[in-house]
Ligand binder design. Structure first.
Ligand code: HEM
Length: 125
């Protein structure tokens, strides 16, 4: 499940960047298609992340770790929400600075907790 989670968020980040560049260049139609595929990927990220969260809840881990998992999961959902809101903002030509600030905060939280704190990850198997 960890591999599927990593694959889906890695693909998600790549599609996010492609859609962003296309919206910026004014290629609305291809950008919309990439954006739609990205939405499927975002759902997959939430499902795989949700399963991982459930594994932790059911596993032998005690409270400090479980607390971090919940923060990780919330930051993950927050990041997905910001990716979607940045793209819809770009598509409509609205300012996205506030969303970008939240995007970076959530991304840093997710990477630090996911890779360096939580024990079930890729680097530890
Ligand atoms: C774009 C959004 C997301 C990114 C970039 C992301 C990133 C990561 C990273 C880097 C890891 C560590 C993998 C590893 O150590 O091998 C991870 C694991 C995990 N993620 Fe996410 N994630 C995202 C969304 C979510 C969501 C939405 C949830 C929950 C609903 C979630 C829950 C988890 C859980 C429970 C783990 C296992 C923690 C561990 O043991 O390492 N993630 N994620």
């Amino acid at each position: 499940m960890t591999h599927m989670h990593i694959t889906s968020w890695a693909l998600g980040l790549i599609l996010f960047i492609i859609a962003l560049v296309m919206y910026k260049k004014g290629n609305q139609k291809p950008a919309k298609i990439i954006h739609m595929i990205l939405r499927l990927m975002l759902i997959l990220i939430i499902i795989t992340g949700g399963i991982l969260t459930w594994d932790y809840i059911q596993g032998p881990f005690g409270m400090p770790i479980l607390g971090e998992v919940i923060v990780k999961a919330l930051a993950g959902v927050w990041l997905v929400a910001m990716m979607e809101m940045i793209l819809t903002g770009k598509a409509k030509g609205k300012p996205t600075t506030a969303k970008w600030v939240q995007f970076w905060i959530a991304l840093i939280l997710v990477i630090v907790l996911g890779f360096f704190r939580l024990p079930m990850g890729f680097l530890f198997i």
